[in-house]
Design a protein around this ligand. Structure first.
Ligand SMILES: NC(=O)c1ccc[n+]([C@@H]2O[C@H](COP(=O)([O-])OP(=O)(O)OC[C@H]3O[C@@H](n4cnc5c(N)ncnc54)[C@H](OP(=O)(O)O)[C@@H]3O)[C@@H](O)[C@H]2O)c1
Length: 344
């Protein structure tokens, strides 16, 4: 309702501006009319910023006022979750957090030994696990096996977490085609295929949750991480669209856009690996993100990332692209310095 009202107001003011400009071009009181346009434009900017503030508050503060476990996740969505890329980083801690909420976990990742270790850790919480070994960078060939393995499991929550990134920031001509395909397969093909695979049964049951782990890099193109950011823009678009398509089928679709988290994905920068108040470790991050599951539709997953995201997205896109480029040049130089190689 609030969204509708804001769009309605923005639309009305947009038309007003056009109307004032047309009138101004015809009439004599040009200066006065231009001043009117200026005031209206300012109002539009203010309303748009206000909308961002409202969104920020709704996304990041209201969840904390909703009492926990009024309706536990397993009851709302079902007691089996699938987590992809669950043997390390954010995915591993999502799986551990969900297990603590009495949810059985299907673990999908590429390394059998790591999968067994995580399964053992998870089972300490008294839930069941199922392991599926799959190299998700291989593209479509791996999904028949996954579908066969999942056919008897009523999956209530799908956490599309697996993701790939460059080894360090680089311009496109330095990215091998194999690496580009790996990233596209992990970040785009997996989200699309698993969602398409598991959604029909959720719709038939009238309940289910799809959680798509995107990245703050979806907010604008990101030079030196071009392919990665573009895949995350796909995730955002895909997530927002299916949410709308299945809004009245009992399906909850969440878009999670983390900023930096200290995991091996960022091993090109020691500063990111070490972490700090802005760069939480995966356990802290996932605890917060799982707390927000079912509470908000769009989130960065972590309060301080929410504040950062809010301020970042206030800046115009061209400025964010420029700053992102500088930041990545900095990380690239750090990587070359640490590896005693000269940047080209
Ligand atoms: N970390 C950040 O700063 C950050 C920021 C924004 C968004 N994200 C997103 O968050 C998600 C998780 O990232 P992360 O930082 O937790 O990454 P991570 O620490 O590198 O963990 C990635 C997980 O995916 C698994 N995996 C990697 N390649 C695979 C493949 N080919 N087939 C199957 N499994 C594979 C890894 O398995 P192994 O254990 O075998 O390596 C690991 O379990 C990604 O979608 C990423 O884009 C991360």
């Amino acid at each position: 309702m609030m969204e509708f009202l804001v769009y309605y107001l923005l639309g009305t003011f947009g038309l007003l501006i056009i109307y004032e400009i047309i009138k101004c071009c015809r009439g004599k009181e040009c200066i006065g009319r231009f001043l009117n346009c200026g005031a209206v434009t300012l109002l539009v900017i203010l309303i748009d910023s206000l909308r961002s503030v409202v969104e920020l508050i709704v996304s990041h503060l209201t969840p904390y006022f909703i009492p926990q476990d009024v309706n536990p996740l397993w009851k709302k969505y079902g007691n089996w979750a699938v987590v992809t890329g669950c043997t390390d980083g954010i995915g591993k801690h999502y799986a551990l957090e969900l297990a603590q909420k009495n949810i059985n976990i299907v673990l999908i990742s590429r390394n059998i030994d790591k999968l067994k270790n995580v399964a053992e850790e998870i089972e300490k919480y008294g839930v069941k696990t199922k392991i599926i070994v799959a190299d998700l960078s291989k593209g479509t060939e791996v999904y028949q096996h996954i579908e066969d393995e999942l056919k008897d499991i009523p999956v209530g929550i799908l956490v599309n977490n697996v993701g790939g990134q460059y080894d360090y920031p680089m311009p496109l001509c330095e990215v091998t085609l194999a690496k580009a395909w790996e990233i596209i397969n992990l970040n785009v093909v997996t989200v699309t295929t698993l969602t398409r695979m598991l959604l029909p049964a959720m719709v038939a049951r009238g309940q289910g949750a799809i959680v798509n782990i995107s990245s703050g890099s979806e907010a604008q193109p990101l030079p030196l991480m071009t392919v990665y950011a573009a895949t995350k823009a796909y995730t955002r678009s895909f997530t927002y669209a299916i949410r709308e398509e299945y809004a009245n089928k009992g399906i909850y679709v969440q878009h999670v856009s983390p900023l930096f988290v200290s995991t091996k994905l960022n091993s090109f920068s020691q500063r990111l690996v070490d972490g700090n108040i802005l760069v939480p470790n995966a356990a802290t991050y996932a605890k917060s993100a799982v707390y927000l599951l079912g509470r908000v539709s769009n989130t960065t997953g972590y309060w301080i990332h929410g504040i950062q995201y809010f301020f970042i997205t206030l800046a115009p896109q061209w400025m964010r692209i420029m700053i992102g480029h500088r930041m990545n040049k900095d990380f690239r130089n750090e990587h070359f310095r640490n590896n005693k190689v000269t940047a080209q």
